[in-house]
Design a protein around this ligand. Sequence first.
Ligand code: FEO
Length: 397
Amino acid sequence: MPPVEILKDVYWVGAIDWNIRDFHGYSIYRGTTYNAFLVRDEKITLFDTVKHGFKAELLHQISRIIDPTAIDYLVVNHVEMDHSGLLPEVVDLVKPERIFCSEKGEKGLTAHFRREDWPYEAVKTGDSIGLGSRTVQFIETRMLHWPDSMFSYIPEDRLLISSDAFGQHWATAERFDDEVDLSLLLGHAAKYYANILLPYSNLVQKLLSKIKEMDLKVDMIAPDHGVIWRGNPGKILECYDKWSQQRGRLKALVIYDTMWHSTEMMAKAIVDGLVQEGVNVQLFDLATNHRSDIIAEVLDAGALVIGSSTLNNGMLPRMADLLHYMKGLRPANKIGAAFGSYGWSGEAVKLIKAIMEEMGFRVIDPGISVQYVPAHDDLQNCVELGRKVAKAVKKGG
Ligand code: FEO
């Protein structure tokens, strides 16, 4: 990919990772990009680098614009290795006059690379630097999603370089939102939000208020992953506002794992009950659905009905995996109910219910446990459970 001049003298110089499929347990079926941005001004400045292993791509891009050794400043908006993994090699080559990062960023970079000799300059919200015809204002965004994270804002270009926020794990040859299908793009952005930023939703709300309060004029949002918001940057701000409020829609998920199909029969009967009450339903068998795809749907679901067979006095391992992952992401405002079949001990339903309660779900039913294969009456009870959940969702929890 050649570099792309996204604004006059501002270039995308990142790398496209077409083949990556896993990001710490988040399945990224369509790869990702590591975006870096070069500003050509009196002080030539590189914002972020790329993951280790993409040196050739980054330097090839930069070399088509300038000699990389002409770079004066580096800005590190985020320490995580997908953006700073190549930093030691870039610093050794470029010998920058300054490396700007947050105070936590300096600590994180020092801990990772043990290079106390680098020319760090720690910045905080409200600090700015001049590049010549431009200024860069820094906005710390702690825990969005690491303690060091920050934004860089260039008011003269009305450009917000937003680090991980507003990104998508999606490898494309296109660089802008107005060049791709919007519904596909929003699907990738929602999955990214649900799997990365969901636990920090209250901080997202505060950040959006701060952006409003600072009256930032933003024509372009350039995240460190995926496409750049140029056509409609307001759209992703609006989505982040909606997602971070975590208001459940009239939508329920029925998620299950099953040994010999009895729990599956129960899941389908629960779906019938939800459908009868006119609630949007999605059914997920953990044998064929990845945890991170399910979490993308959890984002705006009003209720989760979760079932597992009992195995060795516990739930099935894929269910334990999902619930462990979900708990870390701290979904809020959910109605919950549990179900499952068992042979002789039947602990799974109680365990699922307990985890839902720990997550703060409003569990509206003791749960349905069925020994061996559900009979007609058992399935009717499952239909009734579906109807009960649907009524609760319609009442708004
Ligand atoms: Fe894309 Fe938190 O790194």
